[in-house]
Design a binder for this molecule. Structure first.
Ligand code: 13P
Ligand code: SF4
Length: 330
């Protein structure tokens, strides 16, 4: 039963007894209800450990598309759960906390993009997957950081393109593809905060270390990086490269999987330029907890719902992206 208090907070806030073995109960309910838990690399370690599948934005969408489960529990943020619902309209998509938003997605309201499109009618629109379904519905194609380069390059060189919403990723793509896409002025509050000074200090203290950065970081951080890539690409680079110490400029949740895959290697998170924290966490991703996963499975709430017309319009640009990804083997 859903009470109005839960509606207000956006998650089931019923206290969970300390006697319950959360991990076991979550797995038991998944089996009983034919549910699958998908988690992003930025979530808490214990959330990644209880999930059926952990991945980057692209892999999570691909996994949702092919799952035979009746229920998807999306442990990530809201736009990821929306993407799941768009791809799997007949499945129940649960999100442990409806407040798990994304500052990057918020930086591009659909009404503003619609107005901008009207002012530039001869432009195609490429949107990063970190956008609302309403924004996706306004675009020609979606990208994730894993396939952005190939998607951009699938357009003729002289095509006029608006890239939204991440200006750092857009700048990076313009640089590596030689394009001059018009960029939306959006950004992620986590990736924009990595401190160049602290990377330089860490590099001085660990001269053999390689710097790994996500393309959502500012250009000054990317200029210091030995490797720039999506979370999945960063992980695979760290695994394959001979180097044994890495300075990591992306959300620090990824260190959990890095350390698991490479227990003998050292991973140092880059701190933000504000405050005294040693690493930089996404407050939205951290809203996913074992207690909330337990409650969301128990009550099958909150669900992510989308209007049918909007869903259909948002589906096309996602499907176009998945088609290109399949062709390039990503
Ligand atoms: P990827 O998962 O595509 O690397 O994106 C990172 C991110 O910011 C997800 O919110
Ligand atoms: Fe959004 Fe940034 Fe959090 Fe990713 S890390 S979900 S882009 S706010």
């Amino acid at each position: 039963m859903i009470n109005s208090e839960w509606e207000k907070v956006g998650y089931v806030n019923e206290p969970v007894s300390g006697d319950i073995d959360l991990r076991n109960e979550i797995r038991r309910m998944c089996k009983e209800k034919n549910a699958v838990i998908l988690a992003h690399y930025y979530t808490r370690g214990e959330v990644q450990d209880v999930a059926d599948f952990v991945g980057d934005s692209l892999a999570l969408a691909q996994q949702a598309e092919k799952t035979s489960a009746d229920i998807i529990v999306m442990c990530g943020v809201h736009f990821m759960a929306e993407t799941n619902k768009i791809l799997c309209p007949d499945k129940k998509v649960l999100i442990p906390d409806l407040n798990a938003g994304c500052s990057l997605a918020d930086s591009c309201p659909a009404e503003e993009l619609a107005k901008f499109k009207e002012e530039h009618p001869d432009y195609k629109v490429i949107a990063y997957v970190n956008t609302s379904a309403a924004v996706k519905a306004l675009t020609d194609i979606v990208v994730t950081s894993s396939n952005a380069r190939e998607v951009v390059e699938s357009f003729p060189k002289d095509e006029k393109i608006i890239f939204a919403p991440d200006k750092n990723l857009g700048n990076y793509l313009n640089a590596i593809t030689g394009r001059s896409m018009m960029l939306w002025n959006g950004g992620c509050h986590v990736h924009e905060e990595f401190s160049i000074e602290k990377i330089v200090e860490l590099k001085c203290a660990n001269p053999d270390a390689k710097v790994l950065a996500h393309p959502e970081c500012k250009s000054g951080v990317l200029a210091l990086a030995d490797f720039v890539g999506s979370t999945a690409a960063i992980l695979s680079f760290a695994q394959k490269d001979d180097c044994t110490t890495f300075i990591v400029a992306t959300e620090s949740g990824i260190l959990h999987e890095m350390q698991k895959r490479c227990p003998q290697k050292k991973f140092i998170p880059v701190p933000p330029f504000t405050g005294s924290c040693a690493c930089n966490e996404c407050n939205y991703m951290r809203l996913n907890t074992l207690e909330k996963i337990y409650n969301t499975l128990k009550y099958e709430w909150p669900t992510v719902e989308l209007d049918g017309t909007l869903r259909e319009r948002a589906k096309l640009p996602i499907e176009r992206m998945l088609e290109i990804s399949a062709k390039i083997g990503k």
